[in-house]
Design a binder for this molecule. Structure first.
Ligand SMILES: [Zn+2]
Length: 491
């Protein structure tokens, strides 16, 4: 029986994609060569002055608006003082008590249920450099390319209740950043990083626990999920055993699948925050904020609603599509190809075609993309050819089964489906007179089968369908075969 409830809050860091760094004109770019995108400012030389990168500020506000945050009219930067070799100034410019974005909220869909997660704040700061520890060496190296890169920190309320919700929250944040085009959010490259705060309380308890365990160093969605699952189990076993849990920081060791204590509360630092004297405060006008709000691109939640309303998609399909920005855009282009065709063929069943297109996008297409590690637009299969195949299926010119082979070929070669159908001889026979001929032949050759179908029903009837299909070399349209057989047998 479960007696404890996990209380989880996440601190997520997003590296913003900008031309230059947060407070200088050095390039915000990765490089295999260390210390090439640096200058006097981002390496903390005495006598230099920082200048605020407005592109980073604008992107931070856009994220705030997308997360439904209250954007502050006034905000400021502060110095967070600590010493570490990857931080040459001896302090990080961050935001302490007046962040750009205050309280907000996002909605997730977890296990088909809508869950709201509060956002405490989303502030702007600068990233630190990177230490490199060569194997076996008795020294370390430092690379300041990342030093001073704009970093957005998004802090959630302790509203998350499971590892699954934590993972869904991270994925939703990543997706929103992609829709806003503010970051590449590649977790492997460290564009999206996450620390989790976890504690447990007895079920039914409403107060927050008096301790908090912070987990660091989770570099993938899988790691976030596994680390939280592990920690929930570890803490509940400790509490079961009568142990008193204390606030501490633990590191996730991915290879071993465990968290290890790094430091306790007593060792935690006092950062001696104070307002950054070298930078002006930020003040946003209502007009500017309104302008940004108008410029916001369509977000996943809105796109999902539109897919449901405009295309008649099921909520679940729409949700799966918008979870992948590129795939949802690809799908939309397939639909517009179908619409172009439907203008000449008003008899076509639009909702059925669109549903079919969604199924193929989320099924075969997504599977092949994942297998080949490709983005939708990198695939050889064009939206036009994709729509063409959906059309052929809709017209009964290719069976669903044969369409799978055609699709694989399209994915490999980029060829159009009609050519592939011709080359593979997979055209489905929907021509009624050809099917009628075959049906009549089968009826004439199988008097016993006909008798059985009349007396024994479904299964015996299936035998005649099979015989007709054989007569048509497996390419008959099963639906039409069924209809014609029934008519001929007076069913
Ligand atoms: Zn610089």
């Amino acid at each position: 029986m479960q007696t404890y409830e996990p209380i989880i809050g996440l601190e997520v860091h997003v590296q913003l994609k900008t031309e230059s760094k947060m407070f200088c004109s050095s390039r915000n770019a990765e490089s295999a060569e260390p210390n090439v995108h640096i200058c006097e400012i981002c390496t903390g030389q005495p006598g230099t002055l920082p200048v605020i990168n407005m592109e980073a500020v604008k992107k931070t506000v856009m994220v705030g608006l997308a997360l439904n945050c209250r954007v502050a009219e006034f905000s400021k930067f502060d110095r967070k003082n600590y010493f570490y070799p990857d931080l040459p100034k001896g302090y990080q410019i961050s935001q302490f008590d007046q962040p750009i974005n205050g309280k907000g909220e996002i909605e997730l869909v977890v296990a088909d249920k809508v869950k709201k997660i509060g956002i405490t704040r989303a502030h702007l700061e600068e990233d630190a450099g990177k230490l490199i520890h060569p194997a076996g060496a008795n020294y370390s190296l430092v690379d300041y390319n990342r030093s001073g890169v704009p970093l957005l920190e998004i802090v959630s309320e302790p509203d998350i209740r499971s590892a699954e919700e934590a993972k869904a929250y991270m994925q939703e944040l990543q997706n929103i950043m992609r829709y806003l085009v503010v970051s590449d959010v590649d977790m492997e490259k460290g564009h999206l990083r996450c620390d989790a705060n976890i504690s447990l309380r007895s079920i039914g308890e409403s107060e927050l626990p008096d301790y908090k365990v912070e987990i660091k160093n989770m570099n993938s969605f899988r790691a976030v999920f596994n680390a939280i699952e592990y920690e929930i189990k570890r803490q509940s076993e400790a509490l079961e055993g009568g142990e008193q849990l204390l606030t501490e920081t633990r590191g996730w060791q991915d290879d071993k699948g465990i968290t290890v204590s790094q430091r306790s509360k007593e060792e935690s630092q006092d950062y001696r925050y104070f307002p950054e004297p070298d930078l002006p405060v930020l003040q946003f006008t209502k007009e500017w904020l309104e302008e940004l709000r108008r410029e916001l691109p369509e977000l996943p939640k809105v796109r999902k609603q539109r897919f449901v309303e405009e295309f008649g998609l099921a909520e679940k399909d729409a949700q799966s599509l918008v979870l992948n920005k590129e795939l949802s855009e690809y799908f939309e282009q397939v639909v517009s190809e179908l619409d172009a065709w439907l203008r000449d063929e008003p008899a076509g069943d639009r909702p059925a075609l669109i549903k079919q297109a969604a199924n193929w996008c989320l099924g075969q297409f997504l599977a092949l993309l994942n297998e080949h590690n490709l983005m939708p637009e990198e695939a050889k299969i064009t939206q036009e050819n994709f729509a063409e195949l959906i059309k052929l299926i809709g017209q009964g010119k290719v069976s669903n089964l044969a369409a799978k082979d055609v699709f694989v070929k399209m994915f490999e070669t980029g060829e159009d489906p009609s050519n592939i159908l011709d080359a593979l001889g997979l055209h489905q026979v929907s021509d009624e007179s050809a099917i009628l001929d075959a049906v009549r032949k089968v009826i004439a050759a199988n008097p016993k089968g006909v008798e059985d179908a009349k007396t024994k029903g479904e299964k015996a009837f299936g035998f005649l369908v099979g015989q007709t299909m054989k007569e048509l070399k497996g390419k008959g349209n099963p639906q039409i075969i069924n209809e014609i057989l029934k008519k001929e047998l007076n069913f």
